[in-house]
Design a protein around this ligand. Structure first.
Ligand SMILES: [Zn+2]
Length: 519
């Protein structure tokens, strides 16, 4: 572990401790401006008679903080609050985070939970419990966590006459599910992900979009790709190998979360990471709670570098140090796409951005996560559908054809990542299944690296050859593999290889080993 990640970890531990101390002393840090705006907007709406409010907040926008503030205000008004979570596993976590926010009077409605306390003024319940249990009396406010996930049991309560006057506040980063507007009438958006990034409350994603898998034969089932067919399409030796190679070349050895299509795919990814010498763990819905916690702990102290999973690393995940997301699960769902990338955008000491390696083509298919947004909820009416369609932006993300990095708009003349110079302006092209960057002509115009860059590569390759006890000829061959021609005759000066060069050599070694084993 490096000194800087040590410091980062220490700072993080201090923050957690600070929150715990605050909980004990009953004081908490002040709300951020937009959080105050959000709380005020909700209260004003309730005062104005609104009873079904959807509060949209980007992942990492501090929704627990806002919920806690709403709960405190209800307490001050002498009311009780019901907080509804979408899964049993989130009950304990929610109760704990409210305590950390200085709310001590929290009970839980679930079986013989050790926090059961019918008299507590805040009650945490899962939607599953709602249908089976008698609900507490005198609730002045109900808050619904992850409100885009819709449940019949919850809708029954919301539609029931005795609950008609109780304000329901749904919280969601992605309130875009079908029919959500039938249950919530008012959409509040106090802040966007882009604004949070601008203010430094989230880090920006740095997206690479290498050529995605061929999904032409994959059917759409219930609005998304058929999982079985999808798994067959992406869980191939070649595509999984690509994921590992791209990570070695661009992942900067960062703490990484990897999303696969299904168990077989995610486990395959884990195996290949381990083969490449990377400490990788695997988690799915069946992984025991203590085992998950153990893996998270190892991830926090850098003993595990990569966690592969099947969509269960989502709600309530507390791993802000994750600064690389590998998305290998193609989806048609904007909600899934935004939630997946959102896991990496939380701030952490020393973290400046989140590298997104989009092997699923999701950014190209659905757009940049910071661009996807709607002003109206889907209530099933043609008017709302038309409004949403009009608001839908066309995917404007452009990528470098050389390194697949997302490029700023307007397109620069030089790729800020790999230095490729873009010459002619031509329409989008696709050649041999490889994505060519929008607005550039790849044929014959690929930027030639400068002689100085090439000399550095040659010198670095000579150094690696010596380190490994290879002949100098190895460096010559590697040079040709990289640049497509032999190095100049005059000898290069040996130099220290950059991380990029070492990673490239490493990725080539793996590619070679793979080619050998598949013979
Ligand atoms: Zn580039």
């Amino acid at each position: 572990m490096t000194a800087s990640s040590d410091e980062a970890l220490l700072a993080w531990a201090e923050r957690i401790e600070g929150a715990e101390r605050a909980a004990q002393s009953g004081t908490t840090r002040p709300l951020r401006n937009y959080q105050t705006t959000a709380v005020d907007a909700v209260c004003n709406a309730i005062d104005a008679g609104q009873r079904r409010i959807l509060l949209q907040l980007p992942t990492g926008g501090g929704k627990t903080r806002i919920a806690a503030e709403l709960i405190k205000q209800e307490f001050d008004a002498g009311e009780r609050v019901l907080f509804i979570v979408p899964r049993l596993s989130l009950i304990e976590q929610s109760a704990r985070s409210f305590e950390a926010e200085g709310i001590a009077d929290v009970g839980v409605i679930q079986g013989r939970h050790h926090r059961t306390n019918r008299h507590a003024r805040a009650q945490v319940a899962s939607v599953q419990t709602l249908g089976r249990r008698k609900l507490p009396d005198g609730i002045g406010l109900a808050i619904v966590d992850e409100a885009h996930l819709q449940f019949k049991t919850l809708q029954k309560v919301m539609g029931c006459r005795s609950w008609a006057q109780v304000p329901f506040v749904g919280l969601s980063a992605t309130p875009w599910s079908k029919g959500l507007g039938k249950w919530y009438r008012l959409l509040l958006k106090p802040v966007s992900a882009g604004e949070l990034i601008g203010a430094g409350h989230l880090v920006p994603p740095k997206v690479f979009c290498p050529p995605g898998p061929d999904l032409s034969g994959v059917k759409i089932t219930a609005g998304d790709f058929n999982e079985g067919q999808l798994s067959k399409a992406v869980n191939t030796t070649e595509l999984v190998g690509n994921v590992i190679q791209t990570w070695l070349a661009k992942g900067e050895q960062r703490p990484t979360l990897v999303y696969g299509v299904d168990r077989a795919h995610a486990q395959h990814l884990q195996e290949r990471f381990i083969e490449a010498g990377i400490a990788a763990a695997y988690i799915d819905g069946e992984t025991a709670m203590f085992e998950r916690e153990d893996i998270f702990e190892q991830f926090r102290c850098d003993d595990v570098k990569v966690i592969t999973s099947v969509g269960c690393l989502d709600t309530g995940l507390d791993l802000p140090m994750a600064s690389c997301i590998v998305d290998a699960r193609p989806t048609q769902s904007e909600m899934r796409h935004v939630q997946t990338i959102g896991r990496g955008l939380r701030t952490f000491p020393g973290k400046v951005n989140c590298i997104v390696l989009d092997h699923a083509g999701n950014t190209r298919r659905l757009g940049l996560v910071t661009d996807i947004d709607y002003d109206v909820l889907d209530d099933g009416t043609p008017a709302a559908a038309a409004k949403r369609k009009a608001a839908k932006r066309i995917c404007e993300a452009i990528f470098c054809g050389e390194c697949h990095a997302q490029l700023p708009v307007p397109k620069p003349r030089v790729c800020p990542d790999c230095g490729k110079i873009f010459y002619a302006v031509t329409p989008v092209k696709e050649r041999d299944g490889e994505l060519v960057e929008y607005g550039s002509n790849r044929s014959g115009n690929a930027a030639e690296p400068s002689p100085a860059t090439k000399a550095i590569w040659h010198g670095a390759l000579l150094r690696i050859a010596r380190e490994r006890g290879y002949k100098a000829g190895w460096a010559t061959y590697k040079y040709r593999e990289k640049f497509g021609h032999w190095p100049p005759r005059f000898p290069a000066t040996e130099c220290e290889p950059t991380v990029e060069i070492r990673n490239w050599v490493w990725s080539r070694t793996i590619a070679y080993a793979k080619a050998r084993t598949s013979l």
